[in-house]
Design a binder for this molecule. Sequence first.
Ligand SMILES: [Zn+2]
Length: 139
Amino acid sequence: MVNGAVPRFWREIPQRYNLIGNQCGVCKKIFFPPRESCPECRRKSIGKMKDIKLSGKGKLVTYSIIHAAPKNFEGQIPYPIGIIELDEGPRLTAQIVDCKIDDIKIGMKLESTFRKIQQDGYIGAIYYGYKFKPLEDKK
Ligand SMILES: [Zn+2]
């Protein structure tokens, strides 16, 4: 273990409540989930990765509708899983909630919302406990 490093397990807990990414201090690229080092800068970035809280807002890049689901999801299928590009740049996969499947459009604005974790470890979205819902217009 690198001197002073916190075990990964403990570092990941706050991500269940906040979208915490990190940024390479060398090239300024932002990652989510946080990385130990920047894949571009490699050794130069070690010790220079800085945690940052992400806005949780982004746009839908693509999505698919899940029709087959593990046991814990019965009653919820079909449900949409999207790839969301956050305003800060990183992309992540998450379930889309509070939106009819017919209303989902590529490019739509979404924001993160924290929901009960259905099942650990099935896909990243559920493991981290966040889902995405349509961004409400602040009128
Ligand atoms: Zn970098």
